[in-house]
Design a binder for this molecule. Structure first.
Ligand SMILES: [Zn+2]
Length: 385
């Protein structure tokens, strides 16, 4: 590490200076170019070029570099108004469980490619011309840090691809795979009595958290709302409040409602760092083994627990509240640095706001109490108050 960054980090620890602005982490306006190209029928190649002057490490999980069937691009049939419905999965990562292997370094001027098949997550069997584009943010890490330290917004070029529907049908979709495997393993009954007990308890806590957040979003402290959703607009407050009310209702019963909980990793997506995932369009939430290792209730601001994960996953379910959220980024700092239009669509903003209502968290305080990475390496047992 360079001395200058040590000094900056030390200065931040000793004498934190916080403006009233709510962007505690870096948000770069430029530095990455995202370019799409068609490589045959439903195959798309994305090329990410570092146009800046410094190396950038881009998060691999839940981005173009993730091999799971997640949403990477927006696809519209030519002439249509709405996107082709996404039928893949939405992963929930634990931002505290990320290490350097989860980031892809890109040197200045370097281009890294990734390729994926959009027929895996979209029904393109009708065939014809489709318009494909990508827009979002890429979370990044600084070389000396292990977690997400900022986000870089991007917008790709738009490409038109001609799809042969019969050929597209040969790719097995996530839904088809899920049905095939589900029949074989009868996963609905795959949860052990202990797992069912954990989920039942967490649902009750999630209901309480979402009920309180619903009231607070509509009528509570506008400053707190703005910290998490980046606006105080009354229509946004109403919309967020209604989503929480729908989540509370969904969590209130283990026998009715729209969502099914699975304990078997049927989509084969439970890898390191993944807590749970939602199968979009199927109203299914799968808890990965690490879900059961989490705290039942977290008492630290910016933390995650079993009940908060339920809130996170329920925001991904269209049948609970539409439109479902996506995962632009994870973790408190990155989530609350999103623009208002993305913050309202990012799942983590909902679990963190609900948690903040419960614990009366202040993200600026959270940031102040956070120990720098170099300090944590030197003193692994150190804790803030
Ligand atoms: Zn998610």
């Amino acid at each position: 590490m360079q001395l200058s960054s040590v000094l900056v980090a030390a200065a931040a620890l000793i004498a934190p200076v916080y403006s009233s602005a709510i962007i505690p982490i870096g948000r770069r306006a430029e530095g990455l170019d995202v370019s799409l190209a068609s490589t045959g029928n439903t195959q798309v190649k994305v090329s990410i070029t570092n146009t800046g002057s410094e190396e950038t490490s881009v998060l691999k999980v839940n981005t173009f570099f993730d091999e799971s069937p997640i949403k990477k691009v927006n696809v519209l049939k030519e002439g249509a108004q709405d996107e082709v419905p996404f039928k893949g999965i939405r992963l929930s990562y634990n931002p505290f469980d990320l290490n350097q292997d989860d980031f892809q370094p890109i040197a200045p001027g370097q281009t890294i490619d990734a390729e994926f098949d959009i027929a895996e997550t979209l029904d393109l069997t009708e065939g014809g011309n489709y318009i494909v584009s990508a827009e979002g943010v890429l979370p990044f890490s600084n070389p000396e840090c292990t977690g997400i330290t900022g986000v870089i917004p991007y917008k790709s070029n738009e490409i038109t691809i001609h799809v042969d529907g019969k050929l597209a049908a040969r790719t097995e979709t996530v839904h088809a795979k899920f049905e095939r495997l589900a029949r074989r393993t009868e996963i609905v009954d795959s949860c052990t009595p202990e797992q069912k007990q954990v989920v039942t308890k967490a649902l009750k806590t999630a209901e309480d958290l979402a009920t309180a957040a619903s009231k607070e979003a509509l009528c509570g402290d506008s400053r707190k709302f703005e910290q998490y959703f980046r606006t105080t607009g009354s229509s946004v407050r109403k919309d967020v409040s209604e989503r929480y009310a729908a989540i509370a209702k969904e969590a209130s019963s283990t026998t009715s409602g729209h969502t099914k909980y699975h304990c078997e990793d049927t989509a084969n997506a439970c890898k390191k760092g993944v807590i749970a995932y939602a199968v979009t369009g199927k109203n299914i939430v799968v808890n990965c083994p690490s879900y059961y290792d989490m705290a039942e209730v977290s008492d630290g601001c910016g933390g995650k627990d079993q009940a908060l994960t339920i809130i996170h996953e329920f925001t991904h379910i269209d049948e609970v509240y539409s439109p479902a959220t996506t995962d632009y980024t994870y973790g408190l700092e990155a989530s609350i640095s999103l623009d208002a239009d993305k913050a309202i669509k990012n799942a983590d903003n909902y679990n963190f706001y609900a948690h903040s209502v419960r614990l009366n968290c202040d993200p600026e305080e959270y940031n102040k109490n956070r120990l720098p990475e170099w300090f944590k390496k030197l003193f692994p047992n150190a804790k803030t108050s």
